[in-house]
Design a protein around this ligand. Sequence first.
Ligand code: C2E
Ligand code: MG
Ligand code: MG
Ligand code: MG
Length: 287
Amino acid sequence: RAKSAGGNRFEFADAEADARAITRHGLTNALPAALERGEFFIEYQPLVHLGDGSVHGAEALVRWSHPQHGVLGPDRFIPLAEHTGLIVPLGRWVMQESVRQARAWQEAHPSATDGGPLRINVNLSPTQLYHPGLVADTVEMLERTGLAPGALCLEVTESALIGADDDLLKPLRQLAEMGVDIALDDFGTGYSNLANLRRLPVSVLKLDRSFTQSMQQLPADPVDIKIVEGIVSLAHSLSLAVTVEGVETGAQAEQLKELGCDTAQGWYYARPGAPDRIHSLALVDAV
Ligand code: C2E
Ligand code: MG
Ligand code: MG
Ligand code: MG
């Protein structure tokens, strides 16, 4: 850290920043043992069809139950794991656990939703995306659990794909050809090179929460409405589905549904939670 801060130049500058760096350092060092001791767990947040509110699937969101610091969100440790490479075994564990869980939901509720079996969304960071074992690991997990490739959606961010040449995109393309869905997460926050979309093996756009937030007040900003309308129409013309994240109110849900978005996720429907939550939501649907 001292090096990246420019030697000792900032030595006395900011005690708080130092404390944060020490915590980061400590967390980074603790990651491997935490994975071994099973301190990570996954919360699942439902994705619903905007049309009728039925459950479409769930996104897996990892957390760390730290013995001293309590439960830490992914923003606290994913960047650290990404930096040290621990993201590869951690991400493999998340995917394995999520795929197993999704299969368990499906077996418990074979026809729980009209839209077909429940799906599972798993986030991939750039290092995972470009790790040579990605395709083989994924295939192995799907085969071992019996989950259909079409029930798995891998979420990657635009920034992870920006500048990727065809060689780098090959594994993702292979997965897409097998039937795995690829979602562009946080869409609209990066460079959003729309022409680039044609080149990417993507089947879902996840509109970033910032768009949802601008639908907070009604009537929403007319410019934002135009932008979302444009994105939805472009996405649909390319046969991509549109998911919106961060839906916190019924008014937002109504507005985004009117604008043609397909699926949604947010506190309005449910916060991320234990896997049982999805069981009960799926059961409610089936009634
Ligand atoms: P993301 O993939 O964009 O996930 C959505 C984030 O929005 C989650 O934050 C979720 O808890 C939060 N959220 C959902 N609904 C609402 C809402 O209505 N309002 C607000 N304000 N927030 C909402 P979380 O769980 O803290 O995750 C943060 C990010 O960490 C994720 O963003 C994702 O990029 C990353 N992440 C999470 N799990 C994993 C993982 O297993 N592997 C990797 N590589 N990254 C992960
Ligand atoms: Mg995501
Ligand atoms: Mg997202
Ligand atoms: Mg996000």
